[in-house]
Design a protein. Structure first.
Length: 241
């Protein structure tokens, strides 16, 4: 299947101001996906480290709050079963028998404990993304495009929206009576097209519909498919409203 162009109809008026500015990241070397939970006592150091490393201009940081810790007494306010399913899909693709928190996956292939700074720094030093995604904004529309590259298979184009920061007072569970700070909080993950090795991809997205009221940032990722499961991430870009 080849996707040359995809257009999403607008449901709200155009934005008058540019969608992104200094926070536009078009040439990152790594996408960091942290699987975390407000109910996990081991997660706060990893959450803090993601906030620190996520400030680097050469990375895209994303925090997926899973829901399988909810049973111990505190329901993660950002948790989603779909994010738990995404983590389990990674485990299946990588032939691993279990999932855990805090797990950090770099570029869809390198798995490290999210609180181990030295392992993360070492992995980042070796990381790169081969496909460049270009963004252009005009009249409330973002045009996303990427050239083809015959060295890679047909891959999926994902839109991942996120909230940049929030503080949460934890009432129960392993982190009871703590106020924890979070960043890069994923709010949704949606398939928006395919990247073709020959033709690349060209997509236009309405900024207002794209972010909604609960998100102030978005990442667009090109990710290989691994027999129906998430594989290597080969391209990415992100921006803030």
């Amino acid at each position: 299947m080849k996707l040359r162009s995809l257009f999403f109809a607008l449901a709200v008026p155009f934005l008058a101001a540019p969608a992104f500015g200094s926070e536009l990241r078009t040439t990152p070397s790594a996408v960091l996906e942290l699987f975390t939970s407000q109910g996990c006592a081991s997660c706060p150091p990893a959450d803090a480290l993601l906030t620190e490393i996520g400030a680097r201009k050469d990375v895209i940081a994303l925090a997926y709050h899973v829901d399988y810790w909810d049973y111990i007494g505190w329901r993660d306010t950002f948790g989603s079963n779909s994010f738990s399913d995404y983590q389990h899909a990674y485990a299946t693709a990588q032939n691993k028998a279990r999932v855990y928190t805090p797990q950090l996956i770099i570029n869809g292939e390198t798995d490290v404990v999210g609180s181990r700074r030295s392992d993360i720094v070492e992995a980042l030093a070796k990381s790169s993304l081969s496909i460049t995604l270009d963004l252009d904004e005009k009249d409330g529309l973002i045009a996303v495009s990427a050239a083809g590259n015959a060295d890679f298979p047909t891959s999926r184009l994902w839109l991942v929206t996120f909230k940049t920061a929030a503080s949460v007072a934890i009432k129960r569970g392993e982190n009871k009576d703590r106020v924890l700070n979070y960043s890069h909080i994923v709010t949704a993950r949606q398939l928006i097209g395919l990247w073709d090795p020959r033709d690349g991809v060209s997509v236009r997205l309405p900024v207002a519909d794209l972010l909604g009221t609960n998100s102030d940032g978005a990442a667009i990722l090109i990710q290989e498919d691994c027999n129906g499961h998430p594989g290597r991430i080969i391209g990415g870009t992100s921006f803030l409203r």
